[in-house]
Design a protein around this ligand. Structure first.
Ligand code: TXA
Ligand code: MG
Length: 314
C-alpha cells in the first residue's frame, strides 16, 4: 500500500470514519479521538462493550499533551521507549470525549513504531483512538487478512502493512496509581521499565497475569506441563472424537502419529507467530494442547498463553 492508501485512510479518519492499520504490535482500528460519533463506530464494529477504554495513538511525543497531562515520569518513559510497544495510562485532558476513555478520567496513549501508522496519524492531523482491530474477545489480528476475516463488511478500509513485527499487544503501564502498575505485560518488560522508574508493580503480583479477559478462542485450549500429560490428554480427546493438535517446541512430541505443530525456539519468532498460528489451528481443530513454556524464556508470551487457555493446565 503506497502513499495514496495512507492519504485515503487519513481522509476517512478526518471524515469521521474508521480504518484499520498495522502497528508493530497488532493491527489497530482507528478513528478521530475528538469525534465521538466516529469513536462509536469502533465500538460497534468490534462489538466492544462501552466500558472498555480505547488507547489513543499519536505520531510524536509533543502531541501527547493534546489528550493527556504529561508528567515528568511520563516524559522520561516516552523518551526512552517511544515510538514503541508501550501504552501509558495518564490523566486525560478534559477536551477528550469521554466515550474514548469509557468515562474514566485517565487515558491510555501510545506512539506506534510503524512508519505507516505514524504517517497516517500525522496526515489525519488528529490523535487516533485505536483498539486492536479484532472482533471483541477474539485474538488480536497480526495480518491484514486477520482484520479482513473479522471486519469484512464492517469497515471501509484496511491498510495492508504486512505481518506485525512483534505480534502481541503493547505493555500497558498505569502511571496514575500510587505505584506505577503494569496492567498488561508486553515486550517492554518490568526490568526494562525499572531502569527508568522505581517501584513499578504488576497488577497481579503473584501470577504476573493480568486479570482482564481479552481473548476467548473459538476452540478449547489447554496448557500441558509435560509431554506425557500432553499425550494423555491428546489420546483422551481423540477417543472422544475431538480433532486435536499439540503445539510445542521442536522435539516436545516425538510420536509421529500425533498431530503436532512446532513453534520456533526463538521466543521472538514464537511470539510473533502465536496469534497467526492459533487462528489457523482454530479453523482445523476442536481442541488445542499447548506446551507450557518455561517462565524464564517465554515472558511475556507465557502471559498470553495463560489468557488464551484461561489458566487451565494439565
Ligand atoms: O499494542 C497495542 O496496544 C494495540 C495496538 C493497536 O496499539 N492496541 C490494543 O488496544 O491492544 P486494546 O484496546 O485492544 O487494548 C488496550 C488495553 C485494554 O485492555 C484497555 O482496557 C486498556 O488498554 N486501557 C486503555 N485505556 C485505559 C485506561 N485509561 N485505563 C486502564 N486501562 C486502559
Ligand atoms: Mg484488544
Amino acid at each position: 500500500m503506497g502513499l495514496e492508501g495512507i492519504d485515503e485512510a487519513a481522509r476517512l479518519i478526518q471524515n469521521g470514519d474508521i480504518v484499520a492499520f498495522a502497528t508493530e504490535t497488532v493491527y489497530g482500528l482507528g478513528a478521530d479521538a475528538f469525534n465521538p460519533q466516529a469513536i462509536k463506530k469502533i465500538f460497534i464494529a468490534k462489538g466492544r462493550p462501552l466500558h472498555n477504554p480505547l488507547t489513543v495513538h499519536l505520531s510524536k511525543i509533543v502531541e501527547v499533551d493534546k489528550v493527556a497531562i504529561v508528567t515528568e515520569e511520563a516524559t522520561t518513559l516516552l523518551k526512552a521507549f517511544s515510538p514503541g510497544p508501550l501504552t501509558l495510562v495518564l490523566k486525560k485532558r478534559k477536551g477528550l470525549p469521554s466515550i474514548v476513555t469509557a468515562g474514566l478520567d485517565t487515558v491510555g496513549i501510545r506512539i506506534p513504531n510503524n512508519d505507516i501508522a505514524r504517517q497516517l496519524i500525522e496526515k489525519a492531523n488528529t490523535p487516533v483512538a485505536a483498539p486492536s482491530a479484532n472482533i471483541s474477545m477474539r485474538l488480536s489480528p497480526t495480518t491484514a487478512k486477520h482484520v479482513y476475516d473479522d471486519m469484512k463488511g464492517r469497515i471501509p478500509l484496511i491498510i495492508d502493512g504486512g505481518d506485525c513485527k512483534i505480534g502481541i499487544e503493547s505493555t500497558v503501564l498505569d502511571l496514575t496509581r500510587k505505584y506505577p502498575t503494569i496492567l498488561r505485560p508486553g515486550t517492554i518488560t518490568l526490568e526494562m521499565l525499572l531502569e527508568y522508574l522505581p517501584d513499578i508493580r504488576y497488577n497481579n503480583q503473584n501470577t504476573k497475569i493480568s486479570t482482564t479477559k481479552h481473548y476467548i478462542p473459538n476452540v478449547d485450549c489447554v496448557l500441558a506441563r509435560t509431554a506425557e500429560s500432553a499425550i494423555i490428554e491428546y489420546q483422551k480427546a481423540v477417543s472422544q472424537g475431538k480433532s486435536t493438535v499439540i503445539i510445542g517446541r521442536k522435539g516436545f512430541i516425538k510420536d509421529k502419529s500425533v498431530n503436532f505443530v512446532t513453534i520456533s525456539d526463538s521466543i521472538v519468532t514464537a511470539t510473533k507467530d502465536l496469534y497467526k498460528l492459533l487462528r489457523e489451528l482454530e479453523e482445523r481443530f476442536d481442541y488445542i494442547i499447548i506446551e507450557l513454556l518455561p517462565q524464564e524464556v517465554a515472558y511475556p508470551l507465557r502471559n498470553r498463553l495463560y489468557e488464551i487457555t484461561q489458566g487451565v493446565i494439565i
